[in-house]
Write a protein that binds this ligand. Sequence first.
Ligand code: NAP
Ligand code: ZN
Length: 352
Amino acid sequence: MNNTKAYSAASATSPLASTKIQRRDPTAHDVQIEILFCGICHSDVHQVRNEWSGVMPTVYPIVPGHEIVGRVTKVGPAVTHYKPGDLAAVGCMVDADCTCPECHAGFEQFCPNMTLTFNSPDKHLGGVTYGGYSDSIVVNEHFVLRVPAHLNLAGTAPLLCAGITTYSPMRRRGVAKGKKTGVVGLGGLGHMGVKFAHALGAHVVVFTTSPSKKEDALRLGADEVVVSRNADEMQKHAGSFDFILDAVSASHDINAYLNLLRRDGNLTLVGAPEKHLEVSAFSLLMGRRNLSGSLIGGIRETQEMLDFCGKHNITADVEVIPIQKVNEAYTRLLKSDVKYRFSIDMASLKSE
Ligand code: NAP
Ligand code: ZN
């Protein structure tokens, strides 16, 4: 067992603070990774504050973080794909049974025995898993991803959640040249969605509540930007979208976006607000529109996404912070005040 430095929250209302946690010694198929950068996902904030209590109640203390990039320090004797010194990444999952139909189909995220990177029963040590706001992590090699060597590491960490969560539905729904694609909410997920939709050749329209993000949205690859509080601007796009990705973290009117879909168009929800969203039947009946959800992506597709990013030189736009600023970062995230992902430089944890 290894003592590892980490940041944890003791309750839904406590700030994150320095602590020590245990990591297992690598077993035969495990990879031990020194964490270099970890992104801050809004899901970290939802779970630290126990906002998803109905679906996955938070167990305290919680060590969040599932956008992890680091360097391999040790491998178990049966590990074949990684060696000490390699760059490696870990996303939202650290284990699954790898035998069920979902796992066989490459959808480990839907395996009934999947283990999330944090706040999930830990099959090895008991208690719950601890995430990436820490010095190191030990993960079964199947759940370790390869990082394209030339990408900026701080900007690569967010690809492990914000990246795959937006890439997966866009590929599945055929976002491509000639397809009008909307992205709602220009946060960590949304800005990755814009980059992917642009790289895939779609006509991209960003919907934002923040007029100050207009210029950035265009720079990130949007062809048009709509300030969603402006009803006239919204109305101009009625019935015209093939696909809309909704990446909003808070309550909002989803019908306003369903009404922008053309016949048979699809709106995929990836945002996971605390409260239920209300859907009007007529938003779906008219134009027989489709409403879907999407949850991260499987391991194979996550590697495909990282390779796509390597080929197209795509990383997240990040504000790099020391771990000591994590509570401030959470407050700012709640005000939509980040361009466009916080990435924690984990070297800062060494001074704790
Ligand atoms: P984020 O960086 O905080 O971005 C959320 C964006 O939503 C904000 O930047 C803002 O964009 C918009 N927004 C915030 N409050 C709003 C409100 N009251 N009304 C309308 N728009 C609002 O969050 P994130 O990390 O991208 O995560 C987004 C959501 O996806 C979270 O709920 C997260 O838990 C969820 N998530 C889901 C998955 C999955 O697998 N499905 C994976 C990761 C995260 P503008 O300023 O442009 O309006
Ligand atoms: Zn996430």
